[in-house]
Design a protein around this ligand. Structure first.
Ligand code: SAM
Length: 279
């Protein structure tokens, strides 16, 4: 009986070609076939490492049909490596359908770990890493994006997003509008590349930085939003009532500051709650 083949999920560099493991290079060289998101793009990586393995495409538009063909090959004993244009396949990249179908068919799926922009950004951003929420790309449509951001008002863990250069300034503008100008965040740009940049500060200062120079909006981005501290979320009903009352008479900033002083709470958090309460 023919031995079944293995599907390897191989992480590749997100910019710096040196960021690939010895094991990943060996698997790519030894595989019978490499399934890549964009074969022309991946050819450059393979040429750089003198890897001559055959390539086939697997992208969002052909995944269901291509997965069936790849599963047939795996059943015939071929070993296949899946790669994406950059980073870890399946992380905001194709491959989910193939992996689930392989698992359903009892085929072995082996991860070959390596770069992932979200983790690369998070580990050096200076935000809490004990708990984080990776949410891929925010919705493009304005209302859905607004709702996704509003859900982060009281989020206590760090939120991590991918964003395109076309939308990055607009998204940070919406973060300011929905989560308040003082919410802490980090913009990580061009990770592992020559112009790698981490800009951290309040959401408003990140927006000012992005808008200050068109070059600041070029490249690839990971956005990270700090969580609100746990104890900040414990606002009693009494405190909330005072905030509601003051909001009717005073600017939100002042109302939040007075309520914070009265109940020993954090004014930034009350400010964010106030944004939700405002008619
Ligand atoms: N699978 C990839 C990974 O493991 O990170 C992510 C693929 S997703 C289609 C591409 C997005 O990842 C980009 O739009 C950007 O938000 C982020 N990204 C990829 N490379 C990056 C880099 N070098 N610096 C910053 N962000 C990057």
């Amino acid at each position: 009986m023919t031995e079944l083949g293995t599907l390897y999920i191989v992480a590749t560099p997100i910019g710096n070609l040196e960021d690939i493991s010895h094991r990943a290079l060996r698997i790519l060289a030894e595989a019978d076939l490499i399934a890549a998101e964009d074969t022309r793009h991946s050819q450059r990586l393979l040429q750089h490492y003198s890897i001559a393995t055959r390539l086939t495409s697997l992208h969002d538009h052909n995944e269901s049909q291509r997965a069936k063909q790849l599963i047939e090959k795996l059943k015939l004993g071929e070993n296949i490596a899946l790669i994406s244009d950059a980073g870890t396949p399946l992380i905001s990249d194709p491959g989910y359908g193939l992996v689930t179908q392989c698992r359903d068919a009892g085929l072995e799926v082996v991860p070959i770990p390596g770069p992932c922009a979200a983790i690369t950004a998070l580990c050096a951003a200076g935000l809490a890493t004990d708990q984080f929420k990776f949410a891929g790309f925010l919705p493009v449509k304005a209302v859905a994006k607004q709702q996704a951001l509003q859900r982060l008002l009281n989020e206590s863990s760090t939120s991590v997003f991918y964003e395109s250069p076309r939308r990055v300034a607009d998204t940070v503008r919406q973060i300011v509008a929905e989560l308040g100008e003082t919410r802490q965040m980090v913009v990580a740009k061009e990770l592992t590349k020559t112009f790698e940049t981490f800009y951290s500060g309040s959401a408003q200062s990140c927006l000012t930085w992005l808008e200050a120079d068109a070059n600041h909006q070029r490249g690839e981005f990971v956005l990270m939003i700090a969580g609100v501290e746990q104890d900040q979320t414990e606002v009693t009903e009494e405190a909330l009532n005072l905030l509601k009352l003051l909001i009717k008479e005073l600017p939100l900033k002042k109302a939040a500051a007075l309520t914070a002083e009265q109940y020993g709470l954090k004014k930034n958090h009350l400010y964010q709650l106030g944004l939700e309460l405002k008619p």
